[in-house]
Design a protein around this ligand. Sequence first.
Ligand code: MLT
Length: 407
Amino acid sequence: MIRINENYLKLKASYLFTDIARRVANYAAKNPGREIIRLGIGDVTCPLPPACIAAFHKAVEEMGAEKTFRGYGPEQGYQFLREAIAAHDFQERGIRIEPDEIFVSDGAKCDTGNFQELFSLDLAIAVPDPVYPVYVDTNVMAGRTGENRDGRYQGLIYLDSTESNGFVPMVPKERADLIYLCFPNNPTGATADKHRLAEWVRYAAENGSLILFDAAYESFIRDDGLPHSIFEIEGAREVAVEFRSFSKTAGFTGTRCAFTVIPRECRAYAGTGEPVHLRELWLRRQTTKFNGVSYPVQRAAEAVYSEEGRRQVRELGDYYLKNAGLIRERLAGIGFSCFGGLNAPYIWVKCGSDSWEFFDRLLEHAGVVCTPGAGFGSCGEGYVRLSAFNSRENVLAALDRIEDALK
Ligand code: MLT
């Protein structure tokens, strides 16, 4: 008999966004003439920046000529891209990160999902609530939790992110080994200032914990006082790993490129008590299980750091942030409390009722897709997430329809 990994049976039947897609498909089948506006999953709509497209084309041409053709690339990513990332995302901001501490990959979802593989199964895992479901589900699959009871997995430490703490969780009283944090936050759009991040870094140093810091939405930060990286905090190099992505920054959701930063000082321990460098462990994992991101895609990502690339990426971010501002303003105008959406592309709307019911209402009466807060955890109940990733035209049309449906 072929036995399965029974941990999978603890999971909810389907991934949140798959579940939503199925509901939307049912609605579309029943309402064939109705144009649906999707402000649910955070998927970008604007084309790639012209600087990326030019670099992409050039690299594809290189792949077509014998002299410039390339086969397998380095598993850690091409040096040209890792140097550009280290220089522009970190060193220019006064943050000490070297190219050999950067691992290029095909997505922050894969990296945040796979990273837990490096650790033993008996660790105490802390996750915010609400949370990007990948952090939780991958630990469930690995067998680090018990069953799901009343929307929470037994054995996980849930860090409540609520209106009262500005959606930035407080450090827990108990000891956690691995802590997942995401700022600017998905789903709440909240940001954490240096002071709040420093509390987490101090907690990690005192407790021998590791922070897995998801900064996939970093490029939407416009407030000069906010940290762009956890490595802006003193002591973070010993206790944190950071995940970044080109998906939302430069429209790469379909192109696929991201990276993970593991400082040389970052360590965990073998059963013998011997320290093990996480950088080396991840390199070992990636060289076995991953063959790198394609050369043209890495050239396109490198172009994000060219002068024109940086300008274009900034404009792209500004475009979605303008959408976010419009969503906030118009929903506040019809009486909803809105959070996020200022340095983040997500708006966390207090819907004041069952969030799946609100999702159905919005779909049924406005033909607009949102993401129910309950899908991100029990503290998400009573909220829905609206994504600013869509054309201005669609966002404005969605807002008109929402106003008509809910006023
Ligand atoms: C989301 O909508 O939360 C994101 O698109 C998910 C992701 O980036 O994987």
